[in-house]
Design a binder for this molecule. Structure first.
Ligand SMILES: [Zn+2]
Length: 310
């Protein structure tokens, strides 16, 4: 199908729309062009003279228009920089050479600029997919591998060229992730860097810091919670220590149960916290079951007073 469409573009057969560019005519098809460009579609459906004559004047470079048409007919475009002589030769033939390749070896800077012009025409005629594709190709070239010099050069040369927001966002993101190399090149003092881009780059750079800040705050919260837990555990271990110390003192210092009805030799049972409401280890007389506490004055265990009623 691609071949058929390419041939259709080359021959201009069954054309129902003419694009005029630098004095040359491009015979194209509304079904293909208008469905991909809402701008051209509107022009043709309007009351403008373009609608009556089915002719649209295009104010872009010839090879860039050819590029857009190639994309519309074949969903792809190639970087084909015409040299000065070949350019004039090519321009002499009315239809774009869909299959003709011009043998020049463009530099990375030239290729980048080429894609930027394609992005510009795509943005102008609202050919969304072509704008996305050209922006992707630019981003790809700028990133692998990143060169601050190439990047700065590209920004300088394309200042005010295309207003494609998607491309701007990509460029801003690339600048932000290569900020160190760009600062070495004095990137921010370049007058072509717009305010939007500069603030976008700064936002991109500060974003990870903000994320770190949020993490630090979260960690601080965790540490505070851990500190509280540690002091709670320290307190309860001290209490446990005192508690067990008392039990040892009672069991070693008490000879016999002091309860008058019992008075047997003091044998003790230890009751774990889970079995009483006070949450402490308790010591009781094994015979009568009364609870003992240590008395500092008597230096021995005494029967614990009954718990105060709430
Ligand atoms: Zn007893």
């Amino acid at each position: 199908m691609k071949k058929i469409f390419a041939m259709l573009l080359q021959s201009g057969e069954h054309s129902d729309l003419t694009l005029m560019c630098k004095g040359r005519e491009f015979k194209v098809h509304k079904a293909i062009v208008c469905t991909q460009s809402p701008i051209i579609d509107r022009m043709i459906k309007s009351k403008l003279k373009e609608a009556q004559t089915n002719t649209i004047e295009v104010k872009f470079e010839l090879h860039i228009l050819k590029c857009m048409l190639n994309y519309m007919y074949t969903t792809d475009y190639k970087v084909e920089l015409p040299s000065t002589e070949e350019n004039s030769k090519q321009e002499a033939s009315a239809q774009p050479a869909a299959n003709k390749r011009v043998q020049v070896f463009p530099t990375t800077a030239e290729v980048l600029l080429y894609h930027a012009h394609v992005n510009d025409i795509a943005e102008y005629y609202d050919v969304t997919d072509l704008a996305v594709l050209s922006a992707e190709r630019i981003a790809c070239l700028l990133q692998k591998p990143f060169s601050a010099e190439t990047f700065c050069d590209f920004i300088e040369k394309t200042e005010g060229l295309t207003g494609d927001q998607n491309l701007q966002q990509k460029l801003t993101a690339i600048a932000a992730s290569n900020i160190v190399a760009l600062l070495e090149k004095d990137f921010f003092s370049t007058k072509e860097i717009g305010n939007n881009m500069a603030s976008g780059v700064l936002q991109g750079v500060t974003k990870p810091f903000k994320a770190y800040q949020a993490k630090v705050i979260k960690l601080q919260g965790k540490l505070r919670a851990q500190d509280l837990e540690i002091s709670r555990l320290t307190k309860s271990s001290l209490q446990l220590h005192e508690n067990l110390d008392e039990l040892v003192k009672v069991s070693t210092s008490t000879r016999a149960c002091v309860k008058s009805s019992c008075m047997v030799r003091f044998g003790s049972i230890i009751e774990p916290p889970s079995q009483n409401l006070e949450g402490r280890w308790m010591i009781r007389c094994a015979s009568c079951g009364c609870r003992y506490v240590y008395s500092q004055e008597k230096k021995a265990g005494v029967i614990a007073p009954p718990p105060a009623k709430a």
